[in-house]
Ligand binder design. Structure first.
Ligand code: ATP
Length: 292
């Protein structure tokens, strides 16, 4: 991966504009690039997320940890525009947003690598790269995809994320998982993402597969993106994370920096997360015994 440069321009084409800030307003100086403030999501009367807050800054990795059912996927769905939150605020560059569909999240610079690394299998790699945003030539009604420019642009974007010489005319189904990861990162960078959400597969991964996910996380961080790394494996989170947000029962049970916790401590916290969340909730309810 190269530096913070955006892989935006394709020769012969106007570079795509970077996503505007919400409402066309400039970012609030010093504000997190993405923030959840007291976000609650309910399925029926049961909260999947209960007043969850987290803040993410460029060039940092925030790890979202927790056991099954803790609420990690629901956070991913909210920030990716797949699910709307019921209460609280979601802010991009310090400005409140309310996504109604995934496209809106993407246009605000939030790219998500889903657990299943979804591609359209029978489409070529270059078509999967552009997915509806292909460079075109000619004017309406004769406007059509500029295939050479599109192929070349995809190949160059992929080369910059470590896949030089990849045959972009092959069907995406033939890509190895690592190459699919790189395709997702190349798209995210090309389309001006500021935030990359990496949702680690729930199924057990081999060490090589973990290494691939970690490389994606570190590569995106080094390119200046804020990364939300969703994982249930504290040991891997600790390798790359700057901040560790532990969810349990839909609540933030702990929010720690690398200075606060070593890998053993983090492992203990994740496995005891549910008990910690119950204790936190109890303490919230009780009046402070030291205050008379
Ligand atoms: N569509 C749904 N309908 C009802 N309840 C749901 C739905 N999706 C999730 N939930 C509930 O919301 C809570 C949080 O689920 P979520 O999938 O976000 O957790 P998770 O931490 O991502 O778990 P996993 O690691 O198993 O994916 C769980 O109690 C879950 O049962």
């Amino acid at each position: 991966m190269t530096g913070p440069e955006r892989v935006g321009a394709v020769e012969g084409q106007e570079p795509l504009p970077f996503p505007d800030s919400p409402g066309g307003l400039p970012p609030v100086p010093g504000a997190p690039v993405l923030e959840l403030r007291g976000v609650t999501v309910r399925y029926g009367s049961v909260p999947a997320l209960d007043r969850v807050s987290l803040r993410m800054h460029p060039g940092t990795v925030t790890c979202l940890l927790g056991e099954n059912g803790a609420g990690k996927s629901t956070v991913v769905q909210v920030v990716s525009g797949v699910r709307r939150h019921d209460e609280g605020e979601l802010l991009v560059d310090g400005r409140p947003v309310r996504f109604r569909r995934p496209r809106q999240a993407r246009s605000r610079g939030i790219a998500t690598i889903w657990q299943d690394l979804a591609v359209i299998p029978l489409m070529t790699v270059w078509r999967n790269f552009w997915l509806g945003d292909e460079p075109t030539r000619g004017i309406w009604p004769f406007r059509r995809i500029d295939v050479d420019v599109a192929r070349d642009g995809a190949a160059r974007a992929l080369a910059r994320v470590g896949l030089p010489g990849l045959n972009v005319n092959q069907p995406a189904a033939s890509l190895a998982p690592g190459q699919r990861h790189s395709l997702a990162v190349a798209r995210a960078l090309h389309f001006g993402a500021k935030v990359l959400v990496v949702d680690e597969p729930a199924a057990p991964l081999t060490v090589a597969q973990h290494a691939l996910v970690l490389r994606t996380v570190v590569g995106a961080r080094d390119a200046g993106l804020a990364v939300l790394f969703v994982t249930s494996t504290p040991a891997y989170a600790h390798l790359v994370g700057d901040r560790f947000v532990l969810l349990a029962g839909g609540r933030v049970a702990a929010d720690l920096t690398r200075e606060d916790v070593d890998v053993d401590g983090l492992t203990r916290l994740v496995s005891g997360g549910e008990a910690l969340a119950t204790l936190t909730a109890e303490l919230r309810r009780r009046p402070d015994p030291l205050v008379t």
